[in-house]
Design a protein. Sequence first.
Length: 576
Amino acid sequence: MQKNTFTVADYLLTRLHQLEVTELFQIPGDYVKNFTQALEKFKGIETIGTSNELDAAYAADAYGRTRGLSAVSLQYGVSTFSALNAVAGAFVESSPMVVISATPGSNDRQIGNMYNVLYHHSTGNLKADQEIFNHVTVASETLSTSVGAAKKIDNLIIAAITHKKPVYIACYSEVWAEPCKRPSKKKLQPRVKKSKKDALQNAVDQAWSQLTAAKKPMIFAGVEVLRHGLSEVLEKMIDASGFVYTTTSLGKTVLDEKGDKFIGTYSDAASIDTVTDYVKESDCFLTLGTIITDDYLWFVENKFSDMVMATTTEVRAGYFTYKGVTMKDFMEALLKRFEKSPLYPIKAKAPKQPKYPEPWSGSSDPKYNGHPDVITYNRFFQHTVKHLEDHKMWEDINLIFGVSSAMYVATNIYGMKQNSYISSAAWQCIGYETGAALGAQLGSKRQSWTIAGDGGFMMICQSLSTLAKYDVNSVIFVMSNQVYAIEQVFVDVDAFCPEGTFDTFDYLPKWDYMALAKAFGANGYQAHNITELNAVLQKLRTIKNNKPTLVEVIIPEKDLAGQMKNLTPQVMNCNN
């Protein structure tokens, strides 16, 4: 084969590059070598070699959320299975990602069948990878030949950008290097599904009837609006209706958090009191693009019949559901109603935002009231958010969270920019945040500020070395209390009482984070108290190199943020 032959791998890479994928995360392997070698030579896409599979796939997930599409290349079996958790999170939280792999080739399969050979990385079922990934992707293919490869690749990518979810493609190992026609210069587009006219009319009529009968309606926005490019429609709807709005934790920053219509993020009992009160008092919720998780059981149990709901899977008004109606068509048709109606808008205004140092001061653990220099979760955000606001930094950063106490405390922030709060709020994966920092920064060109629990950081700490390898200056704050505090909250909250004891499985080993930062090639700082935290925040603005920075934020083992205390269904029974 000639060296300049255009191959199946080249076809896929060209299609990805047309959709502005300029970095591709990878783990090498022998089966997938024909793809990875093509990637090394391909102009326009940089190879990002990561430390492990979760590092690669978390980064790809965050890249997809910020760029609109991502890709990750993995070895068969041992590598794809390791990345499965991250791909599942991307599937649940709607991040478009192309998962690329390769299987034993035709010759390997013949030998295996003739001599009963078990090939390395295989369970014995050579279809196992695709069968497993079928559960966390919207389309999958394993190509045994280059015949028809171009069309199948196109269909997979179209599925990813249409549904905003992962797809899986593997080839027999030799097929990635087989000749393939070149793609057209026209980039692929999402499929557009149109609603059934009568069903759409009925849905809008019923929704309008419910909305106009309400005395205190509001909009409850979610992440699907952002993923599917409907944020502008949402903003127009807020303006035309006059409704105030809130978001889910996952949907936080679906819009810029500005103006007098954003009441704050609704994260159930972890919300600011004014947000919770407004939600309880509202009698109709225009619920758009929301992924309702068990974090919102109170809302579902108490407000189900008050919801007018449109997502990518359902359109409903009260108890009436409508088949064949898309979220996009529903939102646009409802917007026209709001714009034409002389009876609207209802000129509601959001409650005033808490005045600094609230909501942090009032939510900080009262055990430390007599120790004002002790860092608690809420004091960390009190000072960090003030620093970001004082220096007008919201335009330039993303905040990234796995599931942790910090994620729930951070939902209380106001004033962030669109698509700058990135979290594992639905899949709820510990450790996501550190792996996601790389992809979020490369995808958005904003600096990643990650706030990780020490347990989550320990799971994926090698991501720090990947950031250093590629001179990505993300900041990783590790909330260092040497326990899985969020797990303990839901197991037995009384452990946070002065006389309480944590379960043995929640204790973590003590790490020397500054030595770790040095070993991985990162900058390292510690903050033992508020004075040192503020000094570190100032230093972050003056760092001259492009290395990542690890900041160990030392907090008390038993610091229980008020937001977390409110979330637990248990009542604390402390003796003093």
